[in-house]
Design a binder for this molecule. Structure first.
Ligand code: HPA
Length: 274
């Protein structure tokens, strides 16, 4: 008997393919204040989350909440304009549900952006950091529970969650554009609080370069399902910092907005080489 989740995924996918019948090759999830890439897409169909069976609905400022289907750099893509965060109250499986939908729709590669705080002292606000690994121990693993065998194995390998070839391609593209791309380990946390000074120090001590409230659950789900992943952080604030430097959501959004054109340029070019 098919699992309840499989049944839901089939209903979701049937609904989507009923209104849009091209097969996207890449899925793209855009972070807070990083939604401008959609202006580069030749849009073929937009579907608001609210109308899709079993899809959660976003609540956070800076997110719009729709799936956008279209063409970018000659490839069919599906973009999640607005993502689901664990801190909004969704279960881990709900946060990553759209990734499974993408897999069902035929997506092979997932591109992700996010806003993150840096704990690597060599980073500055506005930097782009290619994620080459992550630490998931502070978040809830979305694969806890009955394994969906039709998606992937019970104990997925995580030795290379981020596609090495796409990282190398991104570096080449960065050089071509003259971007100073950083590279490092993203540490997933639940939020919604930003970290205390002691927590930022801990994250640095365990090998993190940046920290953020998204991405890791999506990546775990994608790797489980056999998708290739490329992800990048926009550094919006510095966790290892002077006294009296408080972090606000507004500051994070403003920094993301400034770095956004670089990110858009990079994603556009990466899609052409997936
Ligand atoms: N911590 C966690 N999440 C974040 C941060 C941060 O400093 N900046 C942007 N998202």
């Amino acid at each position: 008997m098919a699992s309840a989740i499989r049944h839901q995924l089939e209903e979701t996918t049937n609904f989507i393919t009923g209104v849009y019948n091209s097969k996207p090759e890449a899925g793209i999830i855009l972070g807070s204040g990083l939604g401008n890439l959609v202006n580069e897409i030749t849009i073929e169909k937009e579907i608001s989350y609210g109308s899709i069976p079993h899809f959660p609905v976003t609540t956070v400022e800076g997110h719009t909440g729709k799936l956008i289907f279209g063409e970018l750099s000659g490839k069919k893509v599906v973009v999640m304009a607005g993502r689901f965060h664990y801190y909004e109250g969704y279960k881990a499986q709900h946060v990553s549900y759209p990734v499974r939908v993408m897999k069902m729709l035929g997506v092979k590669t997932l591109l992700i952006s996010n806003a993150a705080g840096a704990v690597n002292p060599a980073f500055k606000v506005g930097d782009l950091m290619i994620i080459n690994d992550h630490i998931s121990f502070f978040i809830k693993n979305p694969l806890i529970g009955t394994n969906e065998d039709f998606m992937g194995p019970r104990f997925p390998d995580m030795s290379e969650p981020y596609c090495k070839r796409l990282i190398a391609e991104a570096k080449k593209i960065g050089e071509k554009h003259g971007y100073d791309l950083k590279e490092g380990v993203y540490t997933g946390v639940t939020g919604p609080t930003f970290e205390t000074r002691a927590e930022y120090k801990l994250i640095k001590a365990i090998g993190g370069d940046a920290v953020g409230m998204s991405t890791v659950q999506e990546v775990i789900t994608a790797v489980h399902a056999g998708l290739k992943v490329f992800a990048i952080s926009v550094i919006t604030d510095l966790g290892i910092r002077e006294e009296n430097n408080i972090i606000t959501h507004e500051e994070v959004l403003a920094a993301a907005k400034d770095a956004e054109p670089k990110l858009t340029g990079l994603f556009k070019d990466i899609v052409s080489v997936i």
